[in-house]
Ligand binder design. Sequence first.
Ligand code: ZN
Length: 107
Amino acid sequence: MSHFIIELSEQEIKREKDKARELRRSRWWQNRLAKGVCHWCGGTFPAVELTMDHIVPITRGGKSSRGNVVPACKECNSRKKYLLPMEWEEYITGARRKAEGGRDGDA
Ligand SMILES: [Zn+2]
C-alpha cells in the first residue's frame, strides 16, 4: 500500500541508458572490470564476462551513476532479472558463502 511506482518517460529511460553507455567507456569502469570481481556473488571472472548492472534498475528510477552500477557476472545478472527479491537474497547469500570457500555456520 505504501509502495509507489515511479513513472518514467521513455526519454528519461533513454537518457539513463546513454549515460550507462558513457560510463562503460570510462576508465573508472574499466578499472572495476579489471578487478574481475562480481559485486553480487563475490566470484572472480575475466573482465569480458562481467556486465554492468544497475543496483536500482533504471525503470525503477535508478540512475546510471557510479553509486548505482556494479560489475555482475552473467549468471547473477540474468538471475537478478528473473528471481523475486526474496529468492535473489537467498541466491546471493548462498553464492557468497561459496565464494568464501564453503565456510558456513557463522551466519
Ligand atoms: Zn556473480
